[in-house]
Write a protein that binds this ligand. Sequence first.
Ligand code: AMP
Ligand code: GLY
Length: 409
Amino acid sequence: MKVLVVGNGGREYSILKKLSEDGVELFAAKGNGGTSVFAKNIDIEPEDVESLVNFAKENRIDLTIVGPENPLCLGIADRFEEEGLKIFGVKKNGAKFEASKDFTKEFLVRHDIPTAKYATFFEYEKAVEYLSEINYPIVIKADGLCLGKGVTIAQNMEEAKAALRDVFVEEKMNSDRVVIEEFLDGNEISAICMVSHNKIYPFEYARDYKKIGDGNKGPNTGGVGNIIPVEDMSDDLKVQIQKILDEISLGLEKDNFNYTGILFVGFMVVDKPYVLEFNVRFGDPETEVIMEKLDSSLIQLAEKAIEGTLTQEDFKYNDDYYTGVMMVSGGYPGSYAKGYEISGIEDVINSTVVHAGTSFENGKFYTSGGRVLMVIGRGKNRAEATKMAYEDVEKIKFKDAYYRRDVGI
Ligand code: AMP
Ligand code: GLY
């Protein structure tokens, strides 16, 4: 069997690592410095949908799994299906949840699903007027694909105005509207779900460390740490979250989405869980820790989701705890340098080292992105997993490397 994975980050590395357990022939488009251990890296950009279609046809690829949102928003799943190629990824109609926060909010409100109160604005002046009527902090979200940079938590009117200026005046976000949303103060839970014809099956819940600084300080990132399982979730909370996932499933059904692929539901738990966001792709770096914990075959799960035969019992896990610490390039999530040599990866024996932003040249690894490597420690409890992760993080060196010191602590 031949499987193609579209994408080139840590998420795709972990998907490939998991798929490799099934002994199939793997291809990555375009992969990274680490993925060639498992797969043949193909020099086609994830956004180059037509070249991917041609590659899959010419090489008789049996299954394609899509990592990032861009190809999904461009309609890669629609195109593959038109050509009779099997693909696990949502079609364009569902990918709209990722492409528009306003679209997601309308869906949530239409189906009575708990979410932060909000208003949508198309003009700078109207949005600024609204700023004088509200309490702070407030959340300002540029509509559209912003690579995790579209959300500002404004502590006061000045910060809020600056965020609005970025969207409407400077036009930095490639977005024609903003969602202004009530700030919810609580604990986040990432529910990455497989969806099969509108039916939702969550993977084990994970917790993302979003902020760059220890103690959740500083700007938001794509995620710089992750833990699984989330041991502070009560059974009652799990029941409440499952109920919301059921309501979302019903909403997809009522609206005739015929949604198959991944739905990532981001929750904020305040007095009860609220839906913060939908993504239509595997979380990154949630996927990195989920794939370590998952025992089931990802190929079988994806194929069953496509066929419509998936059940929650198909998801089997080991009993271990995982703590994943992301090593990033100094400066991330702002600007940073690339191309620094990485040493010490081979000294890590116990943890899993996930390549996220690396390149491999002349026998050496170099940094090639903001999020460089995730070191995932494993243990019989949280403390053990976290200790392993940090012992191994310290073995890896590259210039200006930075990581949070409080993941799992
Ligand atoms: P989003 O792009 O909508 O997923 O938001 C990115 C991150 O911003 C979330 O994971 C939260 O950490 C934060 N965030 C978004 N909306 C809110 C909100 N209403 N209240 C508090 N934090 C939020
Ligand atoms: N880690 C959050 C995300 O994938 O958006």
